[in-house]
Write a protein that binds this ligand. Structure first.
Ligand code: GDP
Length: 197
């Protein structure tokens, strides 16, 4: 897929603030620092896009971008801020959980996982919650350039083992490096196919 246009549309604080349109939406979520902004920028080749999302005040919002005037990339707030207060957690539940559980045109959720780490409890807990919802999801392993292909393969296998007991497996796994552009073509092809459905 060629990226012809990529426009920031709006930031929403709640489901009610989401754009009213029919475009299929592809949501990206992960722990903060997992490499989400880098991946979004790498995907659409626009450096300012994820900058919008990291603007103070917008990191806790759902940020909607329209790509090729055909599908929407939704940059969701990161989960698992180390210093999140109880109130912050509550906000995560209401905003992100509400969106993921009820959004009619949510086509797919990409859950970002740092390829270097052992399966983290917070990621597993999030996926455990996610599979109780209708949306389909894939795993995107980030920062693949930071370790050997053998270690990456082992990480992916370990993570898949950890979520094997869950009732719904991921649709796909992607191995990505934003610095090298690894995984970009695969991800965009997957989105292109899913957006046409
Ligand atoms: P976010 O908090 O999830 O949006 O994470 P960022 O995209 O800001 O990335 C967090 C840190 O990891 C930054 O220092 C990035 O430069 C680095 N990073 C992100 N993706 C990659 C990658 O694919 N390879 C390498 N080597 N570093 C990365």
């Amino acid at each position: 897929m060629k990226i012809r246009t990529a426009d920031f549309i709006t930031s929403a604080a709640e489901t009610g603030g989401c754009p009213e349109w029919e475009h299929p939406e592809f949501a990206f979520i992960g722990r903060s620092n997992v490499g989400k902004s880098s991946l979004v920028n790498m995907l659409v080749h626009r450096r300012h896009l994820a900058k919008v999302s990291s603007t103070p005040g917008k990191t806790r919002l759902l940020n909607f971008f329209l790509i090729n005037r055909a599908w929407s990339l939704v940059d969701l707030p990161g989960y698992g801020y180390a210093k999140t207060s109880k109130t912050g957690k509550h906000e995560f539940n209401e905003r992100v959980a509400g969106y993921l559980a009820t959004r009619a045109n949510l086509a797919h959720v990409f859950v970002l996982i740092d390829a270097r780490h052992e399966p983290q409890r917070i990621d597993l807990a999030f996926i455990e919650w996610l599979v109780g919802n209708p949306a389909t999801y894939s795993l995107v392993f980030t920062k693949a350039d930071k370790q050997s292909p053998a270690r990456n393969r082992a990480s992916v296998a370990r993570f898949l083992d950890a979520i094997a007991p869950l009732r719904r497996p991921p649709a796909r796994e992607f191995l990505c490096s934003s610095t090298r552009g690894t995984g970009r073509d695969d991800l965009l092809r997957f989105i292109g196919d899913a957006a046409r459905r």
